[in-house]
Ligand binder design. Structure first.
Ligand code: NAG
Length: 212
């Protein structure tokens, strides 16, 4: 007697069998590594192709060679004079950059090479003061991330323009061109630089200031 339970089991077994047959029949021959040549004779593909297709071997080889060449170019971008995609640049961290710049010297002058006030201020410092260690000059127009750095400086130093002088441990700007020149003209810049530098910066007046 066929119980409903036995019927269900044999039905399921039959269904699985059908699935296996369908899958085997539908699997393309080429995926199994078998091709037909022009005479209709079957042969097994022995070469290690990057892709398989219904193209004949000449076309396949041409395509595969092209793919290989492209792949090699991608894998060795330094031999490729014109890379298709530029390398994604690492995110610029202005806070980290500022900390790094300030470890170089207790005095930093943010400047721009073409800015006349920056030029005048650098000249004034050079001609009149002997500063140890030497102030770090950062030319924002030559800096890789100068624009980002300048916006960040506006945030932390309260000064958007150059020149922007930072001395000592505070991030607040010690002045732009007008402020520093005013202190210089009043004869107070030496004293202020030493005070701001808090012994980490030693500033002396130059013996023979030029065009004083
Ligand atoms: C100055 O700025 C740097 C960078 O953002 C920060 O790490 C540091 O804490 C600041 N120092 C002061 C005294 O605010």
């Amino acid at each position: 007697m066929l119980t409903p339970r036995k019927l269900r089991i044999s039905g399921l077994a039959f269904f699985i069998l059908i699935l296996i047959v369908l899958f085997t029949v539908n699997t393309p021959r080429q995926a199994q590594g078998i091709k037909k040549n022009d005479n209709g004779e079957k042969y097994t593909i022995t070469s290690n192709k990057l892709i398989d297709s219904t193209n004949d071997d000449k076309i396949d080889d041409a395509i595969n060679n092209k793919i290989k060449l492209n792949k090699q170019e991608e894998e060795s971008p330094e031999t490729n004079t014109q890379p298709k995609k530029p390398k994604p640049s690492v995110e610029f961290d202005p806070a980290k950059a500022l900390v790094e710049i300030r470890t170089i010297s207790p005095m930093v002058v943010f400047s721009k090479t073409y800015c006349p006030y920056s030029k005048k201020l650098k000249q004034l410092l050079k001609d009149n003061y002997e500063i140890t260690p030497e102030p770090r000059i950062v030319e924002l127009d030559k800096h890789e991330n100068g624009e980002d750095l300048q916006s960040y400086l506006y945030e932390v130093t309260d000064r958007r323009t150059v020149p922007n002088v930072l001395v000592g441990s505070t991030n607040k700007s010690r002045g732009g061109y007008d402020d520093i020149v005013k202190l210089h003209n009043e004869g107070r810049l030496l004293e202020m630089l030493n005070e701001w530098g808090n012994k980490k910066l030693v500033v002396k007046k130059k013996e023979t200031p030029s065009n004083a």
